[in-house]
Design a protein around this ligand. Structure first.
Ligand code: NAG
Length: 112
């Protein structure tokens, strides 16, 4: 029963939100955090890009991006994709698209 509740919860989360997860954040320091929030456009979808470039050295050693987490805080039909760079690179471009007439609100975390 305990596991069933857990399963149900994960299904609901998967259906209602479009989070973006790439790579891992285990034992990786967070190098960037941004709450990307944009107001809604009446009857239209809003498209925004967030470009992040992280230092190529972290504590003197090369550290490419190893994890990306973007949480959809609107719980609407918004989506987010990586369009440039990402895992293994020192930069990333995340393209976000809101639901029609909804605002955009992504909590973005980058680990390297
Ligand atoms: C992300 O990719 C999916 C699948 O290709 C697409 O349906 C969606 O519109 C894309 N979202 C953005 C913000 O580009």
């Amino acid at each position: 029963m305990k596991y069933f509740g857990l399963f149900l919860l994960s299904v609901i989360v998967m259906v209602e939100c479009n989070h973006l997860f790439f790579g891992t954040n285990v034992n990786r320091p967070m190098v960037y955090h941004k709450n990307a929030e944009y107001s809604s456009k009446v009857f239209r979808k809003r498209v925004e890009n967030v470009y992040v470039s992280v230092p190529s050295l972290y504590n003197g050693t090369p550290r490419p991006i190893q994890g990306v987490m973007a949480y959809d805080l609107t719980h609407s039909g918004a989506s987010a994709n990586v369009t440039q760079g990402g895992l293994g690179y020192n930069y990333i471009n995340i393209r976000m698209k809101s639901d029609r007439g909804e605002k955009l609100n992504y909590d973005i975390y980058i680990y390297a």
